[in-house]
Design a protein around this ligand. Structure first.
Ligand SMILES: C[S@@+](CC[C@H](N)C(=O)[O-])C[C@H]1O[C@@H](n2cnc3c(N)ncnc32)[C@H](O)[C@@H]1O
Length: 382
């Protein structure tokens, strides 16, 4: 697709043209917000970033902060494949070699690296924030600083409580354009409990154990929508390739694998932690299916007509943005990737009316089960 006209972020660190990936024809949202601007302007005004500072940027949405600070060669850590991809593309389109920046998936250990300045975009899940703060604390230099940032509506009392319980005394800035900064002073006398993730729970009724890293959907127990879909999984001896699309900790793929032992199972998620969880979960089952684990944007990169069954409990948000655009994209990708006669089987909240979308894409959609809250729909590639 030809790139939409990218928009320009202008701060004390320079002017950069930035896009959100994947590119969409009529993108209404820009690749940064007032919290990114507030942070960058604060760093410049207070002279906090000095040559030679070792900087770690955590949870940068589309690379606005990483690109702006690129001259300082920060490291960037994210749990999102899409954030990492966007950052790489935005570095490249601003003439910066992505290889000059360490782009670190959340599942990569920080090893013996220590940072003078850690900039943490407040993530959607508190569990992820708790995990990240507990981990990062061990990677600060002696006078290292942590600054959190986000939109006011994304920062709750519990967010600040986590900063003060894990890092140390915490205060916030005044709000500017509905954005806020969080200043936490590292306190070495606070107990260092480390992260409590990953955790495991038992998949009741199926005899499997499920692994969840901190940023995984429904991390402590099986989601009730997923449970309904598990009760309606197809079994066919001619399924060769099954995809658990947006796999989270991988319950759908693993039960589908146990029912269809001849099938190869693809576990795909845009969260690195989800993919790591699905891999740990599946490997612990001892099932003999061939299995493939992919951190990526849905079925992007899958050949046309290359899979037989796609299972999906579609996401309804990407980072902080809520909407059905990701589900819509996944349904279109599934239609392309399915072999003729293959099917997409999903679970969704009744009120989301996914069957209307599926009918438009597949020409058919059948509700095969439902309860008070959820529907299970199958759509067949013709
Ligand atoms: C509602 S959760 C379902 C998780 C799991 N299948 C279950 O049923 O417990 C949706 C999943 O889609 C993932 N996701 C969101 N956007 C994605 C994308 N563009 N490509 C792949 N996965 C994505 C999320 O990270 C999340 O794990």
């Amino acid at each position: 697709m030809t790139a939409p006209e990218s928009r320009q972020l202008s701060t004390a660190f320079g002017k950069y043209r930035l896009n959100r990936y994947p590119l969409r024809k009529k993108e209404l949202l820009q690749a940064w917000d007032a919290a990114d601007e507030y942070l960058l302007n604060h760093l410049a005004e207070e002279g906090i970033v000095t040559p030679g500072s070792k900087i770690l940027v955590v949870n940068d949405g589309f690379g606005a902060v990483t690109v702006s600070l690129a001259k300082m060669q920060p490291a960037m850590q994210t749990d999102s494949f899409i954030a990492q991809w966007s950052t790489e593309e935005n570095l490249r389109s601003n003439g910066i070699e992505p290889e000059s920046i360490s782009l670190l998936p959340s599942t990569v250990d920080l090893g013996d690296q220590h940072y003078d300045l850690v900039l943490v975009r407040v993530p959607k899940t508190l569990a992820l924030l708790e995990h990240q703060l507990s981990t990062i604390k061990r990677h600060l230099t002696e006078n290292g600083k942590i600054i959190g940032y986000g939109m006011v509506k994304q920062i709750s009392r519990s967010t600040l409580d986590l900063f003060s319980a894990i890092i140390g005394e915490t205060r916030t800035s005044l709000a500017k354009k509905k954005a806020r900064l969080i200043f936490a002073s590292p306190d070495i006398t606070l107990a260092d409990k480390g992260s409590s993730y990953p955790i495991w729970y038992s998949l009741e009724g199926y005899g499997f154990q499920v692994c969840s890293h901190a940023n995984v959907f429904s991390r402590e127990c099986l989601d009730i929508g997923t449970r309904l879909l598990l009760e309606h999984l197809p079994e066919r001896h001619d399924f060769q390739d099954i995809v658990d699309l947006g796999c989270g900790s991988g319950a759908l793929g693993l039960v589908a694998g146990s029912r269809n032992p001849q099938s190869r199972i693809f576990f795909i998620d845009e969260s690195y932690m989800a993919v790591a969880s699905a891999e740990a979960t599946f490997k612990a089952t001892g099932l003999g299916n061939e299995s493939v684990f992919i951190a990526g944007d849905g079925l992007e990169g899958f050949a046309r007509q290359s899979v037989d069954l796609v299972l999906c409990n579609p996401p309804f948000h990407q980072q902080h943005v809520v909407g059905d655009f990701i589900a819509w994209g996944m349904f279109q990708q599934s239609h392309k990737a399915l072999r003729r006669g293959g099917e997409l089987r999903i679970v969704g909240n009744r009120h989301l009316n996914y069957h209307i979308k599926l009918k438009r894409i597949f020409g058919n959609a059948e509700v095969i089960a439902s309860d008070r809250k959820f529907v299970i729909i199958r759509a067949v590639k013709q």
